[in-house]
Design a protein around this ligand. Structure first.
Ligand SMILES: Nc1ncnc2c1ncn2[C@@H]1O[C@H](COP(=O)(O)OP(=O)(O)OP(=O)(O)O)[C@@H](O)[C@H]1O
Ligand SMILES: [Mg+2]
Length: 285
């Protein structure tokens, strides 16, 4: 069994703005084994970025459990959080401009996180090797503005990996790229995953991007809902969480008139759900 890098259990995130509360995650479970490439999908507002921000140590969960590479994210001190963000996770954003410091050359961009984390070795050498690894060996001294969108995202990957984090998080990393450039980035992500055993979580709206991952998990209304393991016989399954909840996909709900409740038949090795409809039980059978 592979080691578990991400373990979230019953994760809750509530944003409070003035007198308004938004429940962005409502009891989300997720386990990601070491070396997996996972796609997070789901409609806008479902909680994908919220989850990624928590896993990235940028935001704190309101309740529940969340561990990444053995670090408990619910009880970090300020300095532990900084250490976590510098060493345990690498983050790549959709906006190419958010990933790189515009005043610094590419190589200085990659060396910056190493300097902040006190990397003990030869920083320039490692930064050069990393940039060569992502195909930017000829661009070391260029500033980001001189680079194409795809080159900037390659540079962003080098920055994210500077301190050898075990987990890479990417929020729509190919969202601003054309499809050819995007598929180059996906290829690179897969190579890095293979070479470094890097566990990778990618948020995406793009089914093509998701199908390049090992597994995709859909988040709906702040919970993991369905998943597809991209093996030869890819089949969508419904996730049953740690406390026995499942979300029936909307299309199925619309095609069968459950009316808010179901009768459960236990049939030896499986369960059947039959529409019960509101009030049927109350009126007696
Ligand atoms: N800082 C915040 N303050 C208040 N509400 C927030 C904050 N961040 C997110 N939310 C709310 O939490 C919910 C989940 O948002 P989130 O950004 O995680 O969605 P998402 O799945 O990433 O959507 P998208 O696909 O549009 O990026 C939304 O209702 C959103 O409005
Ligand atoms: Mg988002």
């Amino acid at each position: 069994m592979a080691e578990i890098v991400v373990e979230a259990y019953n994760l809750v995130k509530i944003y409070k703005a003035a007198d308004l509360e938004v429940v962005a995650l409502q009891g989300l479970d997720l386990r990601v084994p070491q070396g997996e490439m996972l796609a997070l999908m789901g409609p806008s507002g479902a909680g994908k970025s919220t989850l990624l921000n928590i896993l990235g140590g940028l935001d704190e969960p309101s309740a529940g459990r969340c561990e990444v590479a053995g670090v408990d994210l619910t009880r970090l001190t300020r300095s532990e959080r900084l250490h976590y963000r510098r060493r345990v996770v690498g983050h790549v954003w959709q906006q190419t401009s958010r990933n790189l410091l515009s005043d610094l050359s590419l190589i200085d961009n990659v060396m910056t996180p190493m300097i902040m984390a006190g990397y003990p070795g030869d920083k320039r050498k490692r930064a050069t090797e990393l940039l060569e690894r992502v195909g930017l060996g000829h661009r070391l001294n260029n500033k980001p503005e001189k680079l194409s969108g795809g080159e900037q995202q390659r540079g962003a990957l080098a920055v994210a990996l500077a301190n050898e984090p075990p987990l890479l998080l990417a929020d729509e990393p190919t969202g601003e790229l054309d499809s050819v450039t995007a598929s180059d980035i996906l290829k690179l992500l897969r190579e890095l995953n293979k070479d470094l055993g890097l566990t990778t979580i990618v948020v995406t709206h793009d089914a093509h991007v998701a199908s390049a991952m090992d597994r995709s998990v859909a988040i709906r209304d702040g919970r993991t809902s369905t998943e597809v393991v991209h093996s030869e016989e890819a089949e969508e399954t419904v996730i049953i969480d740690g406390v026995g909840r499942l979300q029936i996909p909307r299309a199925l709900l619309e095609s069968i008139p459950f009316g808010g409740r179901a009768r459960v038949h236990f049939a030896d090795d499986h369960l059947e759900l039959w529409p019960a409809g509101p009030g049927i039980e109350r009126n007696g059978k």
